[in-house]
Write a protein that binds this ligand. Sequence first.
Ligand code: XMP
Length: 317
Amino acid sequence: EWTPEAFVDMTVEDLKKQIGNDKVVLGLSGGVDSTVAAVLLNKAIGDNLYCIFVNNGLLRKNEFESVLHQYKDMGLNVKGVDSSARFLDALQGISDPEEKRKTIGRVFIEVFDDEAHLLTDVKFLAQGTIYPDVIESISVNGPSATIKSHHNVGGLPDFMKLKVVEPLRMLFKDEVRRVGAEMGIDPELLGRHPFPGPGLAIRILGDITAEKVRILQEVDHVFIQGLKDWKLYDKVWQAGAILLPVSSVGVMGDERTYEKVVALRAVESTDGMTADWVNLPYDFLQKTSNTIINRVKGVNRVVYDISSKPPATIEWE
Ligand code: XMP
């Protein structure tokens, strides 16, 4: 029978044997998978694990600072690299979803490679790849049509001659969470909703600007904080806001407004392959909508996405 305790013991032993005294580099994303992978490796090889946490400028509000702080508190050997400007610059004028993913993937690899080159004698690249990523990556790259290119799978560029270590590649998400809990990782971190690697870029329909990122961060923050305050966060598998490339007419005092529309999305799922929209309480939606419109400059309308996957996907891009 599979237990998190046995998995941790066995994996730590295996990692020690496989890696020895060599150095390993790992990209932390703030998500559950890379964090659990990092803590496992840290248990096995300590400070020979070099973690790099890149801010692509497309994370949730305050996320980079707070999660970096949390990583340091956990004793991880981590370096925070703020490359927001570089990502925004590269994304300028790009509206196509796959083009966004490719650009973000490319810049991430560039930044990561720059950082990895600052370290000497690194032999391994560790990744938080889990089983569904492996499967989806096979189906995406296989003979069938490309669905979405998950940029965090598919290995490393040739010029980084590193061996890959993926301690979680046989695990499902719930198992990853149990492994994390076994190692004493903060339950709040382990309970975090999944968040896509390309971040808010694929929730801003159309081209991306710093102002749009700011608006979406504020909206998302109100929504997610509200879910937590109303004790709904843990009942939802994933939630977020989408900034639509649409303006609508509204009224504020005696002024006519012409501002952006945002969609809220919350889904129930087990693995992200299929999903149902969540029947959030009307009182909550009403309160959240009012708060967003009152507080976030540039938004005058909120809608709720009631589409299931399939045929819709969880993300809008
Ligand atoms: P979709 O939109 O395909 O999303 O229903 C399923 C799950 O995958 C996440 N997702 C991504 N994660 N890179 C990622 O790391 C991506 O390009 C990407 N696209 C979607 C999405 O947030 C959901 O959890």
